[in-house]
Design a protein around this ligand. Structure first.
Ligand SMILES: [Zn+2]
Length: 422
């Protein structure tokens, strides 16, 4: 494995900022964490899909992050993440980013050549038989058949990750970026033994991976809570963390390798499990949230009343009218119940309080409407189209928006996940 330059800290939070206006307010949440005694390093993430929908360039994320860091005098590391990139989309992220989420999900299941599989199986006879991971009770049995099947299923994807990794390494130089491998945007969760075998393949491929994003069972819809069995999630996460520790020792992967949980934001019901598992294994986590900062912008505008509230209502009307088109790119990660979407007419009559309490995700709040929230979450294109009209209101209402952005990130995400308080 090549020597490590840039190193991701134990605790980090990925945060999205669609319109590049809230980096300071987001960083303020990390400042608050620091004041509470915990280092949580910010990573600004924005995918190619979001840049394309908005018409922005990756350099704008870097600029906003650098400005925020300067303004708040942030002394700890921070990163800009080229989120879910592939060989075909990585180029424009090469100059401004120093964190790369290499997405290989589309290659999972493409059968590897028999010679490749043979070579892998020969090289990794250590998997055969009983494997006991430290810190967990159950042991695993891997048969030659399991090993072959897993290699067959994942080796092509890992080779692709290697190609993307080397493209980035050529451009930026070794050690000048954090590599993540993500496999979350696929239909089936990987088992802990699959993860172990995948990590061995990643080590063989020479990728000094610092974060790995498997798919967990349950649904991780954008901007809303986890849907699934939280006990099962905790068990899965513990096994994955144990598998990572095992792979670090066995295959010489970076010591700081940790799970990246692509949460899609707001997975409140599994935050206690994430915290408890980190404690139990003395492990870190990269908690990637989605671009829910954009929702906080809407909440701030609505809370401001006047023109802000009027614009927030107009955005809802447009989103409602174009809901099929807006939802299409996100169809696998949202679950909107059309019957629960209020009519634009009804929303026209709402007060600031009615709008914000329907949209703001506070667990157990009666007025909270997850269908409305998911629709508005994917409706940032509507605001992007408004251009200056939207941007100017963001600026004239900066204070109320920033308060919502910081509070949301700190109180609802950092506090339960990293400080372990509800
Ligand atoms: Zn993801």
């Amino acid at each position: 494995m090549t020597s490590q330059g840039l190193k991701l800290d134990k605790y980090s939070i990925g945060t999205g900022d669609r319109f590049a206006h809230q980096a300071k307010a987001q960083l303020q949440a990390c400042v608050q964490a620091l004041n509470s005694g915990i280092d949580v390093v910010p990573v600004w993430n924005k995918s190619n899909r979001e840049h394309t929908i908005i018409g922005s360039e990756p350099a704008s994320v870097r600029e906003a992050a650098d400005d925020a860091v300067r303004a708040l005098g942030w002394k700890l590391p921070y990163f800009c993440d080229a989120d879910h990139i592939t060989l075909s989309t990585v180029e424009r992220f090469l100059p401004p980013c120093d964190f790369y989420t290499i997405d290989v999900a589309e290659f999972i299941g493409q059968p590897a050549a028999t010679t490749e599989v043979d070579r892998f199986v020969d090289r990794h006879q250590e998997f055969l038989g009983r494997i006991q991971l430290s810190g967990v009770d159950e042991a695993f049995e891997i048969t030659p058949e399991n090993l072959r099947q897993t290699a067959q299923k994942f080796l092509v994807a890992i080779k692709k990750a290697g190609e993307v990794y080397r493209r980035i390494e050529n451009a930026r130089g070794p050690g000048n970026f954090i590599p993540e491998v993500s496999m979350d945007e696929t239909d089936r969760a990987q088992s802990p033994t699959e993860l172990l075998i995948i990590l061995a393949a990643i080590a063989d491929e020479g990728i000094p991976v610092q974060t790995i994003a498997p798919k967990f069972s349950g649904r991780f819809n954008k901007g809303v809570d986890y849907v699934g069995d939280t006990v099962q999630f905790e068990r899965e996460m513990a096994l994955d963390v144990a598998a990572i520790a095992h792979a670090v020792r066995q295959y010489g992967l970076p010591q700081n390798l940790k799970l990246s949980i692509h949460s899609g934001s707001d997975k409140f019901s599994i935050y206690p499990a994430i915290h408890a598992t980190m404690q139990k294994f003395n492990a870190g986590v990269h908690l990637k949230t989605a671009g829910t900062t954009w929702i906080e912008e809407l909440i701030g505008l609505a809370e401001a009343g006047g023109d802000g509230l009027a614009l927030a209502k107009e955005i809802y009307s447009e989103a409602f009218a174009h809901r099929d088109e807006l939802c299409a790119p996100y169809s696998t990660v949202i679950d909107i119940d059309p019957a629960r979407l209020p009519s634009p007419n009804e929303v026209q009559g709402w007060s600031s309080g009615q709008y914000t309490s329907a949209l703001r995700h506070v667990k157990g709040a009666a007025a909270y409407n997850s269908s409305l929230r998911q629709l508005l979450h994917v409706a940032f294109k509507v605001a992007a189209k408004m251009g200056n009209r939207f941007q100017e209101l963001l600026e004239s209402n900066e204070a109320v928006i920033a308060k919502n952005v910081t509070e949301n990130l700190y109180d609802r995400h950092i506090v339960p996940v990293f400080l372990g308080r509800q």
